[in-house]
Design a protein around this ligand. Structure first.
Ligand code: ADP
Ligand code: MG
Length: 487
């Protein structure tokens, strides 16, 4: 079945839609800070005016494999720890300034006495839908600081409001889409619930509202409302307070007493440390001594980390490449059914290492002979780090060959394009867009024994960008927040 076309509105109708979308967004927190902002200023987040079509079967598959992915990464961290550590040791050598530093934190924080075996993951698996196969293909698995769970719920609510009040209908005030085809992501409530579960388990399975959640954030975060929406839900629904601090501030505002972490000024005890920072080198470069000390201080405390440094490192691109190997996958998920196994591997595209293996030789050949079908990725998160298509050969030639091992070569996924409308500031752009579907998952587990205590889906995110841009970062200015129209 083909999706319905996008609504066809007159210029007057589009202007009215725009104003209504802007005012709804400002009233309901679908917002971001503008560049160089003052704290009282805000801007409507970049969004699509209409939802983008996603095949229902693709969406359902992405939802279905999420718990398997959650389990895969947890089994890797817990039951295959020594294997993981050997790989991370190698990666640390290639990238001593960042991966190496994180690994050092892991080593320094691992003492004989385990203060806090429990660990929380709030993950997001990102996919594009391959246009030829019509299958979801994984772009990457994120294990740290996943964003847009807040704004995703909001854009779903906005587009449902616009649809239900008739703004998508060019004749009457009818609903253009059926309600059941415009689902709203429950990511705000689910991510908040994940943090609340962390608090509950920290307090020996008691609903204790005296302990709080620490949000570790970046200074001058433009996407802070996405985080605030989760904080307010955590308080409104679970009565759990939160406290925000940057990595640089933590050294001064947090104190450790009897291994427990407290906010110095109030002596509120921290149950969960939730990182929305700390995933890239720039988060530490501000003040390396202080920021790395902060990370170590929190890592060594009794608070539950979301994520622990080892969980964060498991999300590296190199690990994603290794997990596409079927034998490795089978070993990490020994009890998986054949159907689940097939479903999981159908989400992979080919990813190659740059090492001395047979696959490595293939990578070197492909990178130079058909770079237009590939993206080259270093061990970095957060956008803006990849090398695309025809830039790959020159880039590789520009670095010593012994450094190639730090990269992976990934097949490019070619999704369908749609002519949706993007609203950014006061402008409407009507260009071909491509979309990336992110599925959130929460998992609470025992890092020592591998026992999984909670494993849940926690909503989704659709991000779209102009077809012409390689990267998809919303805050970085390349993309926008979208929602799904199922067909
Ligand atoms: P980061 O950790 O920086 O977010 P990603 O692996 O998610 O790195 O890549 C950034 C962006 O590049 C993605 O959001 C996507 O738009 C694009 N991209 C990455 N890998 C692929 C791929 N295999 N095919 C198509 N686009 C990709
Ligand atoms: Mg990404």
């Amino acid at each position: 079945m083909d999706p319905k076309p996008f609504p066809q509105l007159t210029q007057d109708q589009e202007n009215e839609l725009k104003l209504n979308a802007q005012q709804w967004s400002l009233s309901n927190g679908l917002v971001m800070y503008p560049p160089n902002f003052e704290s009282f200023q805000t801007n409507v987040a970049p969004i699509t005016l209409f939802p983008t079509p996603i095949p229902r079967s693709s969406f359902q598959q992405a939802i279905k494999v999420q718990k398997l992915y959650n389990e895969l990464y947890i089994n890797l961290i817990t039951k295959n720890k020594s294997w993981l550590i050997e790989i991370l040791k190698d990666l640390a050598k290639f990238d001593p300034d960042f991966t190496g530093k994180l690994f050092e934190i892991y080593q320094k924080s691992t003492t004989e006495e385990i203060l806090q075996p429990l660990s929380l993951g709030i993950f997001r698996s990102d996919y594009m839908i391959d246009s030829k196969l019509n299958e979801i293909k994984q772009v990457e698995f994120n294990t740290v600081s996943v964003s847009f769970g807040g704004l995703s719920t909001k854009i779903g609510e906005l587009q449902n409001f616009l649809n239900s009040t008739g703004f998508y209908d060019n004749k009457y005030n009818f609903k253009y889409y059926d309600d059941e085809n415009l689902p709203i992501s429950d990511s705000i409530s689910k991510i908040a619930q994940g943090l609340a579960q962390g608090n509950y388990y920290y307090n020996d399975k008691q609903d204790n509202t005296d302990t709080i959640v620490l949000f570790v954030v970046q200074p001058n975060e433009r996407n802070c409302f996405d985080q605030r929406l989760i904080e307010y839900e955590l308080f409104n629904k679970h009565k759990i307070k939160s406290f925000r601090a940057t990595l640089e501030e933590i050294e001064d505002v947090i104190t450790i007493n009897d291994d427990k972490a407290y906010i110095k000024s109030t002596m509120d005890e921290i149950s969960v440390v939730y990182y929305r920072s700390g995933y890239g080198p720039s988060d530490y470069e501000i003040n390396p001594t202080k920021t790395w000390n902060s990370r170590l201080k929190l890592e060594k405390s009794k608070a539950i980390k979301c994520p622990s440094v080892l969980t964060q490192l498991s999300g590296s691109k190199k690990i994603q490449q290794l997990l596409t190997n079927h034998e490795i996958l089978q070993k990490i998920l020994p009890n998986i059914t054949n159907d689940d196994f097939k479903e999981l591997i159908s989400t992979f595209v080919n990813i190659y290492p740059f090492d001395d293996s047979e696959l490595g030789a293939k990578a070197k050949e492909l990178a130079f002979e058909q770079p237009e079908n590939y993206v080259l990725k270093p061990q970095r998160e957060g956008g803006g780090n990849n090398i695309y298509k025809k830039n790959i050969p020159d880039f590789l030639k520009s670095i010593p060959e012994k450094e190639w091992g730090a990269y992976i070569l990934m097949e490019l996924i070619v999704p369908k394009t749609f002519k949706n409308k993007i609203m950014r500031n006061n402008e409407i752009y009507n260009e071909n867009i491509i979309s990336e579907l992110g599925i959130f998952g929460n998992i609470l587990f025992n890092e020592s024994t591998g026992e999984i205590l909670e494993n849940e889906n926690s909503g989704w995110l659709l991000r779209s960008k102009f077809e012409t841009s390689d990267e998809g970062g919303v805050a970085a200015g390349f993309g926008c927040v979208d929602n799904i129209y199922l067909y």
